[in-house]
Design a protein around this ligand. Structure first.
Ligand SMILES: *[C@@H]1O[C@H](CO)[C@@H](O)[C@H](O)[C@H]1NC(C)=O
Ligand SMILES: *[C@@H]1O[C@H](CO)[C@@H](O)[C@H](O)[C@H]1NC(C)=O
Ligand SMILES: *[C@@H]1O[C@H](CO)[C@@H](O)[C@H](O)[C@H]1NC(C)=O
Ligand SMILES: *[C@@H]1O[C@H](CO)[C@@H](O)[C@H](O)[C@H]1NC(C)=O
Ligand SMILES: *[C@@H]1O[C@H](CO)[C@@H](O)[C@H](O)[C@H]1NC(C)=O
Ligand SMILES: *[C@@H]1O[C@H](CO)[C@@H](O)[C@H](O)[C@H]1NC(C)=O
Ligand SMILES: *[C@@H]1O[C@H](CO)[C@@H](O)[C@H](O)[C@H]1NC(C)=O
Ligand SMILES: *[C@@H]1O[C@H](CO)[C@@H](O)[C@H](O)[C@H]1NC(C)=O
Ligand SMILES: *[C@@H]1O[C@H](CO)[C@@H](O)[C@H](O)[C@H]1NC(C)=O
Ligand SMILES: *[C@@H]1O[C@H](CO)[C@@H](O)[C@H](O)[C@H]1NC(C)=O
Length: 516
């Protein structure tokens, strides 16, 4: 049990060592990803302070392994460059008395294919347009990092009985070297994909064009169909008022809260009445038309996005990326798209529930966290708990322990003496941070540290009263021990002139014979 306690020295707290380890997403469960023994030649015991639930630290072996599926693409959906997707483990090094931070960088693998928000799109344009007209297209979304995302788009169509393919490589968008193409793709510096209509459309010659657009990530390809109808009246697609919306929420945001209200307007008319909003994807996973999801709800008519589930169980999740479309609902036009980032903030100040977060050093804590068992006789300044809280944290009771500040938002609670169960068997801890309180009791558990004590001293026997040759002097004695549940046994020591009988737990009879 002793191994589960930490003796903290008062120096060296600011020291915090960091190691960065790179692992691939989708590494199989139970794979060992780090061996803490590799950091030192001596056997060091570590106390787990904070961890991701996707990782498992075995304190017996000092090995860190994967405990749940790691999918980078849902863990860090907005990290397109794959530069900041980390899982961390914070440990206390009981040999060097400092904090060890292990950062596991999650590398992307190309495990997702690009997805278009729809299998078919249609646009309508008026004839007699100016050649060179740009139509923004919906790009395929690939939730992998950019490097494993869409690399190439191809536009395939038939024109004058000829199959024409226009392709564009997003990473090398060199000048088109094909010429005389009536339609081709263009990719601009804002990362938007356009269809260029390099001709003046004439409804009398051809009233409809059908294009296949293919997105290729060099492992998977996906295609969609685009129908261009040539009209003689004007018809515009709607536009969102913002291309990106950001919302901050916390794990305790109540169900039903409206997170944001999206607005799109239609260039054709002043009124927004017939704009129809739809949630197209969450973290890149496409939702089918009218498919319900358990977390968010979008009102198709008002554009209000609300939360419909508790997020408490998503302890490793800190961001959602939602793609929302707006269309005028009359036909399957290219919807205007916007992205909503929902940040889940674990801000201590925003979340009263976690204002005082405790991690106990003892491995023996009652289920309701009201009792923490700590063995007596551990050294002074033994680690009781690691506390995440801000600087308003106050210790209301002081007997037996003290608070040590580690960082701006973390503390340790340490013993201020060597506990002796026989003197004091429990201490009440009462912490407060503004209106939040945490109380628990430290119960000092027993170790066999007391010597048995005789109920009387043999040396005080007045020999004159007893002395009679060859007659034994019978003394009845017992011994007690202040340890809990202690059983005192009696045993004859060498060279003591006594024999024993009636050995039992309660008392002992000793016969003394005087030899002259
Ligand atoms: C931790 O490692 C020990 C030694 O290999 C093993 O017996 C134990 O089952 C492991 N614990 C868990 C929870 O896997
Ligand atoms: C450019 O033209 C040459 C010759 O016609 C052709 O081989 C090459 O594939 C073209 N490049 C692109 C990017 O289309
Ligand atoms: C656009 O059309 C003009 C006139 O037909 C043609 O000369 C030019 O090559 C076309 N551009 C492309 C990129 O095909
Ligand atoms: C969300 O929080 C970040 C800091 O965590 C802040 O910079 C940003 O302004 C906040 N956004 C909104 C919409 O409150
Ligand atoms: C959180 O604390 C603030 C002030 O500290 C208080 O106004 C608010 O009601 C608390 N919220 C909850 C959910 O307890
Ligand atoms: C925790 O400590 C109490 C009191 O010493 C003891 O009864 C109990 O068995 C201990 N539990 C564990 C899991 O060690
Ligand atoms: C917590 O559990 C212990 C037993 O494990 C019990 O004695 C105590 O009354 C409980 N405290 C509360 C606040 O429920
Ligand atoms: C225990 O350590 C604390 C902090 O160093 C010190 O203030 C206190 O006097 C020590 N207590 C004993 C009994 O040594
Ligand atoms: C010591 O304990 C024994 C057994 O309980 C008892 O007979 C005896 O009188 C006690 N002696 C003293 C001095 O209390
Ligand atoms: C042992 O002696 C003490 C002191 O006389 C007495 O209080 C106690 O009950 C005795 N214990 C037993 C087991 O006889």
């Amino acid at each position: 049990m002793l191994l589960f306690y930490i003796l903290l020295l008062l120096i060296g707290f600011s020291e915090s060592r960091e190691h960065e380890i790179s692992i691939n997403e989708e590494t199989p469960i139970n794979t060992i990803i780090f061996d803490l023994n590799s950091l030192s030649s001596s056997l060091i015991t570590y106390q787990l302070l904070e961890s991701s639930s996707l990782l498992y630290f075995n304190s017996t072996t000092n090995l860190i392994s994967i405990s749940k599926r790691i999918d980078r693409d849902t863990l860090c959906p907005n990290d397109d460059l794959c530069s900041k997707c980390y899982l961390t483990i914070k440990l206390y090094d009981m040999f060097y008395y400092d904090i060890l931070l292990l950062k596991f960088q999650i590398n992307d693998i190309n495990d997702n294919q690009p997805i278009f928000s729809s299998n078919t799109y249609s646009i309508s344009l008026t004839e007699n347009n100016m050649p060179g007209m740009k139509i923004r297209l919906s790009k395929a979304e690939d939730i992998d990092c950019l490097i494993n995302g869409v690399q190439l788009y191809e536009l395939t169509y038939v024109y004058n009985n000829r199959v024409i393919i226009s392709s564009i490589n997003l990473f090398h968008p060199q000048k088109q070297n094909q010429t005389n193409q009536p339609f081709y793709l263009m990719y601009d510096i804002n990362s938007d994909l356009y269809l260029i209509i390099n001709m003046s459309l004439d409804r009398e010659l051809q009233s409809e064009y059908i294009f296949t657009i293919t997105a290729n990530d060099y492992k998977y390809t996906t295609s969609t169909k685009l129908t261009l109808t040539v009209l003689d009246v004007n018809d515009h697609n709607p536009k969102f008022s913002q291309t990106i919306y950001t919302v901050n929420i916390s794990y305790s945001t109540p169900i039903g809260t409206i997170l944001t209200k999206l607005t799109a307007y239609d260039a054709d008319s002043e009124e927004n009445a017939h704009i129809y909003y739809s949630l197209l994807s969450i973290d890149g996973y496409k939702l089918e038309t009218n498919e319900k999801n358990e977390l968010f709800q979008l009102n198709s008519y008002t554009g209000e996005l609300s939360i419909i589930s508790k997020l408490n169980h998503l302890d490793t999740k800190n961001i959602f990326k939602l793609v929302i479309g707006a269309s005028d609902g009359t036909h399957n036009a290219i919807p205007a798209l916007t992205t909503v980032y929902i940040n889940i903030q674990n801000d201590l100040l925003n979340d009263n529930q976690s204002l005082i977060q405790l991690t106990f050093g003892s491995n023996n804590v009652s289920k309701n966290f009201s009792e923490v068992y700590i063995s007596e006789n551990l050294p002074n300044a033994t680690f009781i708990a690691y506390i995440k809280s801000n600087s308003n944290l106050q210790l209301i009771t002081h007997e037996g322990f003290f608070l040590q500040k580690l960082t701006e938002n973390s503390f340790t609670l340490l013993t201020d003496r060597i506990y002796d169960r026989e003197k004091c068997s429990s201490y009440n801890v009462h912490l407060r941070n503004e209106n939040i309180e945490r109380k628990f009791q430290i119960i000092v558990t027993d170790i066999n540290d007391c010597k048995p004590i005789w109920n009387s001293s043999i040396l005080n026997i007045d020999l004159d009263l007893y002395i009679q040759l060859n007659e034994p002097i019978v003394l009845t004695l017992n011994a007690t021990d202040y340890d809990e549940n202690s059983h005192v046994g009696y045993r004859k020591k060498k060279y003591i002139m006594a024999t024993m009988d009636n050995i039992n737990i309660k008392s002992i009879n000793i016969k003394l014979y005087i030899r002259i």
